[in-house]
Design a binder for this molecule. Sequence first.
Ligand SMILES: [Mg+2]
Length: 493
Amino acid sequence: MPAFEDSDLNVQAQPAQQQRSNSQAVGSSYGGSLPVPGMEPGTDRSVEVPATRSSIADPSPYMHQLSLSPSMKDRRGSRNSFGASLPIPRSKRQSRLSSVHYPDAKSGRPGMPPIQPTREILASQIQDLSGEKVKFAKNMAFAFDIDGVLVHGDRLIPEGKRALEILNGDNELGIKIPHIFLTNGSGKREVPRCEQLSKILGNPVALDQFIQSHTPMRALSEYYSTVLVVGGEGYKCREVAEEYGFKDIVVPNDIIAWDPTIAPFRVFTDEERATSRPRDFSKINIDAIMVFSDSRDYATDMQIIIDLLKSENGRFGTVAKDPVSQRIPIYFSQGDLLCPSEHPYPRMSQGAFRIGLEAMYKALTGVDLERVVYGKPELATYKYADEVMTSWMEQIHGEEKLPENIYMVGDNPASDIIGGNMYGWNTCLVRTGVFQGGDNDENNPASFGVFVNVLEAVKTAMRKELGQDFKFEWSSDNVNPVLGGGQDYSAIE
Ligand SMILES: [Mg+2]
């Protein structure tokens, strides 16, 4: 078990008693012993030598709080929690030139599934006769987490497809209900990810309704010229950064190709060498570090990041005299400690990597690391979501306004739900992902409730806004558009 010693960390020692009270662990402190092989020749029995250092690892006093602590109950103000400012893009749309992706490209209506023209006419006639309901339908919106809500990895959660069909117009009004996708996912350009999701979900996922953890970080390209981009598969995060407008992008492989001794444990393949872009990094200042996605090689990435953080203004081969004033900034795209995967137990994610770095940095320099964490539940991400939602409303309904009743549907109480609650959204917790608890999450209860799946959450929210008798199916068969107002829609579902 690793132990952070006060002396290692160059900080004042706490009394052993206090150390014990800081931890749930009841193991001995300064009283443990380390077995070593027996000294007597011919014996293989071990003897126990009293340990001189605490067996209890408690790095928490040496690290910053998480962006938001996991529990709303014990959340305290922290330096980067809604306090420091996080830039988000000024322009509402990711790109005015961005394309919209459909499973079937025949549709001319952004974000709408392909439909028959007659249906479009019928729908608009019905909407004309249902003024109040239409008003309510345009005043509500959904923000969906993706993993654990709509998909498991590349596998569809079937209720997710149906929920999106309803929101894309398969409802009694034939109306599209605004919705965006707000994920802490990362490591891939938005366009291919939207294409992939459109296929899996069987519903259009447009670039302009899609936010990954690093999407708002495109704003940082205005501030920093040369950046180290860390994480992700191959060179995909370099492509992400290029698309965001960063001008000079360095990735760890470029640095190893320049000086392999920088990462002594890294096995660097010929292919990696051939695809890297080495330069003389002793002559270049790196302006900032961007951790975009999960590290594929903790040892190498941590070493390179620590080297840069300790350097003089981001120049390899230097060590700053003052580690604080000469330190370059570091940004993380999200703070989740764990993420669900194919493995039976959630795997460590960027948050775990970050905590490791914070503790190492403190141990090596004696000072706290300042860092900024984007992604849910950070305020900047939700503010950006509002911008995206407003502009999506303009695209689908021609009204550039933010709906008042927003429902966040997520599976993770510690990011989706806490963030939505703090931002004043209605929150729906689903049981198809991380959350496996009882009636509601104890620390971060969902304000609108817990649902077996996303379809139930969507139906319940729509019934609340549009009436208990609202029908989740479009059918023109039973509707006479001329007499529509007097129709009994109950036969439709
Ligand atoms: Mg999730």
